[in-house]
Design a protein around this ligand. Structure first.
Ligand code: SF4
Length: 223
C-alpha cells in the first residue's frame, strides 16, 4: 500500500484532467473520482463509471445507485456512512470491460484513496474490483459474501448491483450477500461492545482478526 503524501482532495484535484491511460481520449465526460465520507470505516469499490456516473461525476447513480442504496439500507448502512469509488475513474466506451493496461494505470489511485480514507472494511463489487484488490484471478461467485483479512483492511466481496439489473436471477443472491455483510458487521459490533463500554461501531469492530478467516483465505488460494 503506497503511503499517501497528499490529502484526498489534493489527489482528486491531481486527477481532474488525468491523461495517463487511453480512456482519457475515448469519450469520457469527466473523471469520476469518488464520493462519500472521507473518514468512512466502510468503503465500496465498483468497476468503472457508466453513462449516468460519467454525466454526473459520481459513482453509483441511476438505477444501479438506487439499488445500491436499498441494499445498503438492508445492511444497516447509508451513503452518509460510506465512501464509494471505482477501480477505473473514467468511463470505458459503451461500458466495455476495462483493459488490463487501464486497470494497472488507474489502480494506484484507488490504493491511494484507500490509504487516505483508511477504511477498516472494503466491499468490492463484482469481479473486477475483487480481483484488483485481492490481486488474484478468482471468480466473484467463489468468494462473494466472505471476509478476507488483508494487510491493511478486511475485504468483503459482493456481487455487483448492475449484474442484478441485467440478470434478474442475480437479485436474490445479491440481497443474500448484503445480508451476510450485515451479519458480519453485527457480529463484530457485538464482540466489540463486550470490550468497549462506548457505543459499538464499525471502526472499532473491525480491529480484530479472527484466525479462522485467515485460514479460509489460505484454503481458497492454496497458499
Ligand atoms: S481511467 Fe484513471 S488513469 Fe485512465 S485517464 Fe482516467 S483517471 Fe487517468
Amino acid at each position: 500500500m503506497p503511503q499517501p503524501l497528499i490529502t484526498l482532495q489534493e489527489l482528486a484535484e491531481s486527477l481532474h484532467n488525468c491523461q495517463r491511460c487511453p480512456l482519457a481520449k475515448l469519450g469520457r465526460s469527466q473523471v469520476v473520482f469518488g464520493v462519500g465520507n472521507p473518514h468512512a470505516s466502510v468503503m465500496f469499490v465498483g468497476e468503472a463509471p457508466g453513462f449516468h456516473e460519467d454525466q454526473k461525476g459520481e459513482p453509483f447513480v441511476g438505477a444501479a445507485g438506487q439499488l445500491l442504496n436499498d441494499l445498503l439500507q438492508s445492511a444497516g448502512l447509508s451513503r452518509a456512512d460510506i465512501y464509494i469509488a471505482n477501480v477505473i475513474k473514467c468511463r470505458p466506451p459503451n461500458n466495455r470491460d476495462p483493459e488490463p493496461q487501464e486497470v494497472e494505470t488507474c489502480k494506484p489511485f484507488l490504493l491511494q484513496q484507500i490509504a487516505l480514507i483508511k477504511p477498516k472494511l472494503v466491499c468490492s463489487l463484482g469481479n473486477w474490483a475483487t480481483q484488483t484488490l485481492l490481486e488474484r484471478k478468482v471468480g466473484i461467485t467463489r468468494v462473494r459474501g466472505q471476509a478476507f483479512y488483508l494487510k491493511e483492511f478486511v475485504l468483503f466481496p459482493l456481487l455487483h448491483p448492475a449484474a442484478a439489473l441485467h440478470q434478474g436471477s442475480m437479485l436474490q443472491p445479491l440481497r443474500e450477500d448484503f445480508q451476510k455483510l450485515k451479519e458480519f458487521l453485527d457480529r463484530h459490533s457485538q464482540s466489540t461492545a463486550a470490550k468497549d463500554s462506548a457505543s459499538s461501531s464499525v471502526p472499532h469492530a473491525l480491529q480484530s482478526e479472527p484466525a479462522s478467516s485467515t485460514a479460509q483465505q489460505m484454503d481458497l488460494f492454496g497458499s
